[in-house]
Design a protein around this ligand. Structure first.
Ligand SMILES: [Zn+2]
Length: 249
């Protein structure tokens, strides 16, 4: 065993004396308390938000004038009626999603829809009424945030025909602007909205058939589960993010 040098022995002895003589309260080293759990870190780790992609700010995507290849349908034909549900809280998420209601499509689609609208007018109807048109992807993210369920909302990473400006949600109105009876409301999620569902009054089936034929005649195809949804049969367009301007609207 090594001997401690004298100075060290003296120091140790002095410390011992000091400890024995002094009141315990003043010299006791502070008791180190166990650290509380790091709630913030745990919250971050467990929170589902951490892996969700960021929501893009629609304001940053605003374009005015509108991009090439896009057309506002009412500029082509102002007699087309608009009831853009996502510009109001009258929709299935019960929240206003668009700052204002404007209806845009790829120009090819807008032209096809105007053709269908005019064909209906020739038959004595008021024409088409739009429920939803181009839906910018930042809005798709907003919808997805509220309803992250692909049965009801398209995953914005994949996007939908609406995000490409190729789809319209619409119905037919009579000459007084009253909607034809299609059996269910727009955005009714259930088999009654399917094209294959036929347990409906004859007039409803006839109205749906009229919409289907009118749209097919201008190159628009239906989807099996929503009587109101039509998209361009031929043609490819990319997903789009631009959001229309609401100044003065
Ligand atoms: Zn649709």
């Amino acid at each position: 065993m090594r001997k401690l040098p004298y100075s060290m022995k003296y120091l140790a002895l002095s410390l011992l004396v000091l400890l024995l003589n002094c009141g315990s309260s003043s010299t006791e080293p502070p008791i180190e308390r166990p650290k509380p759990p790091i709630a913030e870190a745990q919250a971050t780790d467990n929170g589902s938000q951490s892996s969700a992609p960021p929501i893009r700010n629609p304001k940053s995507e605003i374009r005015n004038p509108i991009p090439d290849g896009w057309t506002e349908i009412t500029a082509l034909d102002p007699s087309i009626r608009l009831d853009l549900r996502y510009a109001t809280s009258n929709n299935f998420v019960k929240e206003k999603m668009y700052d204002c209601g404007r209806c845009f499509f790829r120009t090819t689609v807008a032209k096809a829809l105007v053709k269908a609208h005019k064909a209906l007018q020739k038959q004595g109807y008021g024409g088409l009424k739009m429920y939803d048109c181009y839906r910018p992807r930042p809005i798709q993210w907003k919808l997805w945030k509220k309803v992250p369920d692909p049965r009801y909302v398209a995953d914005p990473r994949k996007g939908s025909m609406h995000n490409r400006g190729m789809a319209a949600d619409l119905t037919i109105v009579d000459k007084d602007g009253k909607e034809l009876d299609m059996g269910t409301e727009f955005d009714f999620f259930g088999k009654e909205a399917y094209h294959a569902y036929t347990e409906l009054p004859k007039q409803v089936l006839a109205n749906r058939k009229l919409l289907l034929k009118t749209m097919a005649d201008v190159g628009m195809k239906h989807t099996t589960t929503e009587w109101w949804h039509y998209s361009l049969r031929n043609g490819k367009f990319g997903l789009a993010d631009w959001v229309w301007d609401c100044e003065g609207k």
